[in-house]
Design a protein around this ligand. Structure first.
Ligand SMILES: [Fe+2]
Length: 189
């Protein structure tokens, strides 16, 4: 019983992302599954999935496909913890389990999306994702943003399914009009 919510989510996500499906179709079809996953979160989340720390937001791996084509993490955001400005290089579906996850968008104005320099980024809007919210992104054009929790708000916990192992991504420096690739750590299950 305890594994059925997670197992059916994984089976559904695998079915809906199989083959050469467009990323926009993958996230369209998987977003409703994220709602179901959150409804049943208490059946599969364990204390290690709520790990957090003072150094920054914490990424806890819940599941990874054997071929590394998908990965599911719980992210725990303590007050005042934020990502750098980043992209994803993948489609992704995110659901908020607890708290309010704040997302501050950036828009890339320079047309060559592959270039790592002469990047013109401007600040976009803000979205406050409350408990139960589901959001998504596709890789091209990628979603560039900062996510986190302001110091005055309580902890947030979110579930993130990606169309790859999310072990590296690009972080952006608007002042220098550049980006660079970084490795990002996670806790194993
Ligand atoms: Fe992100």
């Amino acid at each position: 019983m305890s594994a059925s919510t997670l197992e059916s989510f994984i089976a559904g996500a695998e079915e809906r992302s199989r083959g050469e499906r467009a990323p926009a179709d993958c996230v369209l079809d998987i977003a409703p599954l994220m709602l179901d996953l959150m409804q049943g979160a208490s059946t599969f989340l364990e204390p290690q999935h709520y790990r957090s720390g003072p150094a920054g937001y914490t990424r806890n791996l819940i599941w990874a496909a054997p071929d590394r084509s998908m990965s599911l993490y719980s992210l725990v955001w303590l007050p005042g913890q934020w990502t750098p400005i980043h992209d994803h290089g993948s489609w992704g579906v995110v659901g908020v389990l607890e708290g309010v996850l704040e997302e501050r968008a950036y828009v890339r104005l320079s047309p060559d999306r592959e270039a790592g320099h002469d990047i013109e980024l401007v600040r976009g809007g803000v979205v406050l994702l409350g408990r139960g919210a589901v959001t998504s992104f596709v890789p091209n054009p990628d979603h560039i943003h900062v996510t986190g929790v302001p110091a005055e708000r309580p902890r947030a916990v979110s579930l993130h399914l990606y169309g790859r192992m999310m072990s590296s991504f690009n972080i952006y420096d608007p002042a220098n009009r550049s980006r660079r690739r970084i490795e990002v750590a996670h806790n194993e299950s």
